[in-house]
Ligand binder design. Structure first.
Ligand code: GAR
Length: 195
């Protein structure tokens, strides 16, 4: 009996450590395949990961993404069922949100709705959390809509912010949380009949 494979595209533009964890999680899976890596930054670490893992990579251009097809034909040609944003910093254009309703998820390194929005990414998030002397931070995995860091929250996990934390030490603690939870949450989404 054959069963349908869930094809995932990971959009990433940074080091790609979350992408790496997700790829490792699904290695050998018969039901889920990481079919495409989408990246907007030539030279990004994620592209080396894609090459090493033998996953096709699509380097995208701003004009096509925001004023052209948004690469919807390429995603459809790869039979993509679920888009996972793992350190992808461009806003997702409305046409792409519409083409993949509730099928795009993002990870954000803070407890949304706090510390989200334009310009709030990576170390800027952690610096703001430290500057405000927050006692707690964490991660948020959410559906993507047309607004930055705004769609329905799927999962959150928390960690303490310690008195001696810098943006760097906090970033490392939060990244560990991301690595632990993101693959499992994506796995859970592929098991629901929603993707
Ligand atoms: C992750 O911490 C992710 O939460 C963050 O970028 C990092 C990517 O790291 N995303 C955002 O800030 C989105 N607003 P990685 O490339 O090592 O996975």
């Amino acid at each position: 009996m054959s069963h349908k494979i869930t094809h995932i595209a990971i959009f990433a533009s940074g080091a790609g450590s979350n992408a790496q964890k997700i790829i490792a999680h699904f290695a050998g899976s018969h039901s889920v395949k990481i079919s495409l890596i989408v990246c907007n930054k030539p030279g990004a670490g994620i592209l080396q990961i894609a090459e090493k893992e033998g996953i096709p990579a699509l380097l995208i251009e701003k004009d096509v993404f925001f004023r052209g097809s948004s690469y919807i034909p390429e995603l459809q040609a790869a039979s993509i069922d679920l888009i996972v944003l793992a350190g992808f910093l461009w806003k997702i254009p409305p046409a792409l949100v519409k083409a993949f309703p509730r099928k795009i998820v993002n990870i954000h390194p803070a407890l949304l709705p706090a510390y989200g929005g334009k310009g709030m990414y990576g170390r800027f998030v952690h610096q703001a959390v430290v500057d405000n002397k927050e006692k707690e931070s964490g991660i948020t995995i959410h559906y993507v809509d047309e607004l930055y860091d705004h769609g329905q929250i799927i999962f959150q996990a928390r960690c303490p912010v310690l008195p001696y934390d810098t943006a760097e030490t906090l970033a490392a603690r939060v990244l560990q949380l991301e690595h632990r939870h993101f693959p499992l949450v994506v796995d859970e989404l592929t098991r629901q009949n929603t993707v």
